[in-house]
Design a protein around this ligand. Structure first.
Ligand code: ATP
Length: 301
């Protein structure tokens, strides 16, 4: 009887693993919807990056024909800089990330990486060069080492350890009974939100991409964990071009430039200090978040 159940049990594990993997992807990009829409151009070459700049040129996009989400958006992130995208809920921030990863194509306008239209290159080569740290990473029911190595097929044990170090995960791993071989996920050790994000960062480090897309957690991490993760992300973003999609402003104040999106248009852009001086939408959002934080602080006392 056990013999009969073992394959069934394995099937269950495979099913859960696949399902979890898909949830992970679908959450950010709705992969299933979009994979059919975007195809490689016949004979498309690979994306070759010398200087990883990212440019949106007059990009118009809507998920449905009669509802435009991005209305002619233009911006350029120079190679090596860190940009943040902020704005009210529904402004189109995550849509920018989905377009950059080419899960959808714009209705008009172009998206360029190092001067190459992303529609003209293979999707595999495009996605290989962009590392994503999603809001909520779902882990596979596998070892923590496997979960980190998932960023690249041929990662060596040394690569995995270096990535864990870079993501400040070694402290945790050293405390685990079986180190890198400890099973994590639904059926293994449950990791906290902050630890899961570190695994996602380590995965990205293994992949070692020139461009990083950080979709910040909306689920509140406690302030200390958030600060720690931010410091780690900072280190990881050095020498790469990075774009953070931020739901809270406290995390983006030191970006090279902040793009303030409103209803799919660029309402303002500039450094944190310049935007505060401008006393527009960003300054208003900043004041509101500060007031909310104060209220929360008072409530906690
Ligand atoms: P938030 O801060 O709440 O995450 P956001 O600025 O990232 O918001 P987007 O996720 O880019 O906003 O969504 C922009 C608009 O596009 C929203 O009105 C949303 O309802 C719509 N939208 C997003 N995904 C789809 C989809 N797959 N199909 C149809 N409409 C969508």
């Amino acid at each position: 009887l056990t013999q009969l159940f073992r394959p069934l049990d394995m099937l269950g594990t495979v099913y859960r693993t696949i399902r979890q993997g898909l949830i992970d992807m679908a959450e950010m990009f709705r992969l299933m919807d979009t994979d059919v829409e975007v195809r490689d151009a016949p004979g498309a070459p690979a994306l070759v990056i010398a200087r990883p700049s990212v440019a949106f040129e007059d990009v118009v996009f809507g998920y449905e024909p009669d509802r435009t989400i991005l209305h002619g958006l233009s911006f350029e992130v120079p190679a090596g800089q860190h940009f943040a995208i902020v704005g009210p809920s529904g402004a189109g921030k995550s849509t920018i990330a989905r377009l950059l990863f080419r899960f959808y194509d714009p209705q008009s306008g172009r998206i360029l990486i190092d001067g190459q239209d992303i529609r003209a290159v293979t999707q595999a080569s495009l996605r290989a060069q962009i590392g994503i740290v999603p809001q909520d990473s779902v882990l596979f029911n596998e070892s923590i080492g496997y979960n980190i190595a998932y960023g690249r097929d041929c990662a060596s044990a040394a690569d995995v350890e270096a990535a864990a170090q870079g993501a400040a995960l070694m402290g945790l791993i050293e405390r685990l009974p079986q180190g890198f071989d400890t099973e994590v996920g639904e059926r293994g050790l449950k990791l906290s939100g902050g630890e899961k994000q570190r695994v996602a960062i380590a995965r990205t480090l293994v992949k070692n991409p020139p461009i990083l897309l950080l979709d910040e957690a909306t689920s509140a991490l406690d302030t200390r964990t958030e600060q720690d993760i931010l410091a780690t992300l900072h280190r990881v973003s050095a020498n790469r071009t990075s774009i953070s999609i931020a739901h809270r402003l406290s995390t983006v104040a030191d970006a090279d430039r902040i793009l303030v999106l409103q209803d799919g248009r660029l309402a303002e852009s500039g450094s944190h200090a310049a935007l505060l001086r401008r006393d527009g939408l960003y300054a208003e959002m900043w004041a509101r978040q500060a007031a909310d934080a104060e209220e929360l602080g008072e409530a906690a006392e």
